[in-house]
Design a protein around this ligand. Structure first.
Ligand code: SF4
Length: 397
């Protein structure tokens, strides 16, 4: 088995308690794994009784409760009663590993540190040096899965290396890097579709031909050079767009998803209202001022995080462009949430506020499988996220 993970993955420590500004132990429904549930059945005393009463003994589900949808075992000091009484070894798999996330591919595990955790998010945003993806190997093996498209996965790993390297090209303006990533994803997805057309004749997932592999290599190489940008720009339909309106439309799209926190939709609606009342000129002038508040490096860290997370998931649906659109749109939206927060707080944007906005948005999208699916399908079909429009926004932002 091969394991990939960002270089900071093993350094994370949960601060927990009152030091954490937005504990992960609320809103979610936690499911205790079977092995831990067995252990819990043997716990004696008041805690044991509470466990049997509050945890569904068949499913292992712990329903969040109260106005804040808190975990049953999260006490008033925001500490976990199970850890306090029995120690960390008694945590179920989900609580023990969170915010560490593992994406499972045949014989490969991709690990990441979810920025749904405000502390992990802040650490990433404050980091100056480029992130490095490390890897290890051991002798474990998955059972052969004939449905897993291993040749496509291998190509996507190659493509992702190229994309991550491009995301960190600090000699290229960050929004140009994003456009180049979109162009690369668009062209590679076309090659993936061509190979797929061949697969209908041969039902098993067969290898890419050497011509197809060479084409993919050429695309990665071409888009890694900034000169590809002017070539790409020629294909973009020249139309006047308003960045204010285009990003406001993205906020409207967010409102169609199921909110995890009750305050999320009202917050987004209030942002939409403020944006709709702003004159174009006022918006543009404020944006010019705001540019000084954040660094390209912060946007790079977000972009890198999302590309690493989403790119290889195209193995399952071949929609590489939608995955990279998600990475770019997420980064644009977080930047715009920061902008609105900066306006709201009299042109001040603290590091904590940046982490607050970024982790909140990511939680809303990523902590619900339904929302993540919907977000992905919006990228595929909704004109608010068309390639043309996204590249235009990146050009004018
Ligand atoms: S959100 Fe992060 S720091 Fe806070 S309790 Fe969860 S893992 Fe720990």
């Amino acid at each position: 088995m091969r394991y990939y993970y960002p270089d900071y993955f093993n350094r994370f420590t949960c601060v927990g308690g009152m030091e954490c500004p937005d504990s992960c132990c609320h809103i979610w429904q936690i499911t205790v794994d079977k092995k831990t549930l067995k252990k819990y059945r043997k716990v004696q005393g008041a805690l044991g009784r509470r466990m049997r009463e509050k945890i569904d003994q068949k499913t292992g589900n712990i329903e969040p409760h109260g106005d804040e949808n808190r975990c049953e075992f999260l006490n008033d000091d925001n500490l976990c009663d199970i850890v306090l009484e029995l120690g960390e070894d008694y945590l179920c798999h989900t609580c023990h590993t969170h915010p560490r996330h593992e994406e499972v591919y045949y014989n490969v595990r991709e690990r990441s540190l979810a920025i749904t955790c405000p502390i992990a998010c802040k650490e990433l945003l404050m980091r100056e040096e480029p992130v490095v993806i490390e890897s290890d190997e051991d002798n474990k093996k998955d059972r052969f899965d004939m449905y897993f498209d291993a040749p496509l996965f291998r190509q996507l790993l190659y493509v992702r290396d190229g994309m991550l390297a491009l995301a960190q090209r600090r000699d290229i303006y960050i929004f140009k890097r994003m456009s180049l990533l979109l162009g690369m994803a668009h062209d590679i997805e076309r090659r993936i579709r061509k190979r797929q057309a061949r697969s209908r004749v041969f039902p098993l997932h067969h290898e890419f031909t050497s011509v197809e592999k060479d084409e993919i290599k050429r695309i990665v190489y071409t888009y890694s050079d900034v000169s590809a940008y002017s070539h790409m720009a020629r294909h973009i339909i020249p139309e006047d767009i308003s960045v204010k309106k285009a990003v406001t439309d993205m906020f409207f799209a967010l409102c169609t998803m199921e909110p995890l926190k009750d305050t999320w939709i009202p917050y987004i609606q209030s942002i939409i209202n403020i944006r709709m009342q702003m004159e174009e000129e006022e918006y543009t002038n404020c944006q010019k001022e705001f540019k000084e508040e954040i660094t390209d490096i912060q946007l790079e860290q977000l972009l890198f995080y999302f590309v690493y997370l989403y790119c290889c998931s195209a193995t399952y649906d071949r929609m590489l462009l939608a995955k990279i659109k998600m990475a770019v749109a997420n980064t644009i939206i977080i930047r715009e949430l920061w902008f609105m927060k900066w306006l709201e707080d009299d042109r001040v944007l603290t590091e904590d506020a940046q982490a607050e906005m970024a982790h909140w948005f990511v939680r809303e999208v990523e902590n619900s499988d339904e929302n993540l699916e919907q977000w992905d399908s919006l990228m595929q079909r909704n004109p608010r996220f068309s390639l043309n429009l996204l590249i235009k926004v990146l050009e004018c932002i």
